[in-house]
Unconditional design. Structure first.
Length: 71
């Protein structure tokens, strides 16, 4: 996996989250997340837990995270 594409994905996610957080105090509506994205986030969270627990390597984590991102 290309670490730079993974970093770009993290930056995009951070930018979208930042925009959402800025819209909330201004009365912006929050859309409900679709089941597809909730499920992907849960799977990524489980991967992060496995990585921090040492049960998978960083390389395995990046390969599995790449599968979720569609790269």
């Amino acid at each position: 996996p290309n670490i730079y594409s993974f970093i770009d994905l993290i930056k995009r996610d951070e930018a979208l989250t930042r925009i959402s957080l800025q819209q909330l105090p201004n009365g912006g509506a929050v859309r409900a997340r679709r089941h597809k994205w909730v499920s992907k986030n849960h799977k990524l969270y489980e991967l992060e837990c496995r990585l921090s627990g040492g049960t998978i390597s960083l390389f395995d984590f990046l390969n599995k995270a790449k599968a979720f991102s569609g790269l």
